[in-house]
Design a protein around this ligand. Structure first.
Ligand SMILES: Cc1cc2nc3c(=O)[nH]c(=O)nc-3n(C[C@H](O)[C@H](O)[C@H](O)COP(=O)(O)OP(=O)(O)OC[C@H]3O[C@@H](n4cnc5c(N)ncnc54)[C@H](O)[C@@H]3O)c2cc1C
Length: 484
């Protein structure tokens, strides 16, 4: 039993803001569902958690949809009752982005079908994980052009923020490969949108932080998949050579994948690891493979191996298993990702690394730094620096599980780095453990703010969708207050 004694609420009273019985005079009845709306303690607790373990907003109920119609029906019900709604994909947000205080969380993982794999496209329900999409497309010799490093994120979860990976220097973000979306708007209407059809909704939904609709399925462009990968792991002693090498590799143009990582090697000493990959299909060999050795790129050490494309795509799996074994996977995480203009990258990253200690990054903490060509980013709400070449810079901090002050200090430190990045012409990649006000979001969206605001008023007139970012685009009376 849970809130007001109901495990399966049947009606809501918008005045007293409680679940009530079917016969209560002011009741708005919960619609008939193929799935279930539940409010038992363990479901509410689950929905108030995420990968960050730093923010906990408790909803009033969780929808486990039996189909797309349930999503539409519950959003319509929420509009009538003023309950906020947040879609939850696989819950890898780190700062409550998929949570709602007193509203309804929709467990999208229930909608995870991947279907209709063709030579150039695939359709996936939004709750499918990228590993599901990859399995289905590889069976047909195809792959999404951009995969996130970790394949446990959901299609809806990354399309609502962007979706960056080591092939983004060539193919942009995952949102740039979307052909068509099915979206439930804030009034519970199911709408198909694309560049040719309902374009305003399409533009407002891709990288739209769930403000204007809940994605229920996406048709994504796919490309032929290689079966093998030649992987180069090149080590560097200093930031300047590391940046120059990555720049050189993407200019070289033959590398399919380029990504840099930075680890603490000793107090005050950083180790720089460049991972570059060439995809190929035997009996062919990777283009230029024999000519690319570590010496050409000024490395201090290198390692080259050949693995299957599937194993390469799942390269985080052994690390994840080890962190799950040690328990660190469920420690608090305070992550920050920004995208920096090329001209400011060396000095800003150098300044940050000079001050950062291994303890401030945490036990399994890691820094990412890799290039993105901004001319490959075509999605209206994706923000990028005013610079042809930009660098994705991420501080992936893991806090101690014993000391709550640790994660709070990391979040505060993230804010400082975030502000430095923005002051240098950088932009936030919107998945961060950083408190953001409506004013911050207005600055973030810049010239796109008005379009987002207009779209919000059009597609989410009750202002109920995805309150976890605290964007506050809406002026309608129902608008839930940004939650800090
Ligand atoms: C281990 C790890 C590795 C990562 N690697 C990468 C990476 O390589 N590249 C990268 O870009 N990001 C990466 N991320 C960040 C991750 O992609 C984002 O946090 C993403 O939003 C998480 O997806 P999710 O399915 O877990 O979403 P959730 O946390 O469930 O939701 C994220 C946001 O999307 C909204 N949302 C979810 N589903 C929908 C939907 N169907 N319609 C509309 N809105 C929806 C939620 O309400 C919430 O606001 C990584 C995160 C982790 C924890």
């Amino acid at each position: 039993m849970s809130q007001q004694g109901f495990s399966w609420p049947v009606a809501f009273d918008p005045v007293t803001r409680t679940w009530v019985g079917r016969d209560s005079p002011a009741a708005v009845l919960v619609p008939e569902l193929a799935g279930q709306l539940v409010c038992d303690e363990s479901s509410l607790r689950w929905a108030a958690e995420d990968f960050g373990h730093a923010v906990h907003r408790r909803p009033r109920a969780v929808l486990r949809p039996g189909g797309v119609a349930d999503v539409a029906a519950i959003v319509e019900f929420a509009g009538k009752t003023g309950l906020s709604v947040a879609a939850r994909g696989s819950g890898h947000s780190t700062y409550g982005q998929a949570q709602t205080n007193g509203g309804i969380v929709i467990d999208m993982a229930k909608l995870n079908l991947v279907s209709d794999v063709r030579a150039d496209r695939v359709t996936a329900q939004a709750g499918a994980r990228w590993s599901d999409v990859l399995d289905a497309t590889l069976a047909a010799g195809r792959t999404p052009a951009v995969l996130t490093d970790y394949l446990g994120t959901s299609v809806g979860g990354t399309l609502s923020v962007g979706g960056a990976g080591g092939t983004s220097h060539q193919h942009g973000f995952q949102v740039d490969s979307v052909e068509e979306l099915s979206v439930v708007t804030g009034t519970g209407r199911l709408v198909t949108c694309s560049l040719r059809q309902n374009r305003r909704l399409f533009d407002a939904t891709r990288a739209g932080l769930g403000q204007c609709g809940i994605i229920v399925s996406a048709t994504l462009r796919v490309i032929p998949a290689a079966s093998r990968v030649r992987r180069y792991r090149l080590q560097y002693r200093d930031l300047t050579t590391f940046l120059a090498a990555q720049h050189h590799l993407i200019n070289h143009g033959k590398f399919d994948f380029v990504q840099g990582q930075i680890f603490p090697a000793a107090p005050g000493v950083w180790q720089y690891l460049l991972e570059a990959a060439l995809y190929y299909m035997p009996p062919g060999t990777p283009v230029d493979a024999t000519r690319i050795d570590g010496q050409d790129y000024g490395t201090i050490a290198d390692e080259i191996d050949d693995i299957s494309y599937r194993d390469f795509a799942h390269r985080m799996a052994p690390g994840e298993a080890a962190l799950r074994d040690s328990g660190e996977w469920s420690y608090p995480h305070a992550w920050l990702t920004v995208v920096l203009p090329s001209a400011a990258t060396a000095s800003l990253v150098g300044e940050i690394l000079a001050r950062l200690t291994a303890a401030e990054l945490g036990q399994s903490g890691l820094v990412l730094l890799y290039p993105i060509r901004t001319d490959r980013l075509h999605t209206l709400l994706t923000r990028s620096p005013d610079s042809k070449l930009a660098w994705l810079f991420a501080l992936l901090r893991t806090a101690s599980v014993d000391n709550p002050a640790d994660v709070a200090a990391m979040i505060e430190a993230n804010r400082v780095v975030h502000d430095r990045a923005v002051a240098c012409g950088g932009v936030t990649y919107p998945i961060n453990s950083v408190p953001m006000s409506a004013a911050d979001w207005r600055i973030h969206f810049g010239p796109r703010w008005r379009q987002l605001q207009a779209a919000k008023e059009e597609f989410d007139p009750h202002g109920i969708l995805t309150p976890g970012y605290g964007i506050g685009t809406h002026s309608a009376p129902h608008c839930p207050k940004p939650i800090g």
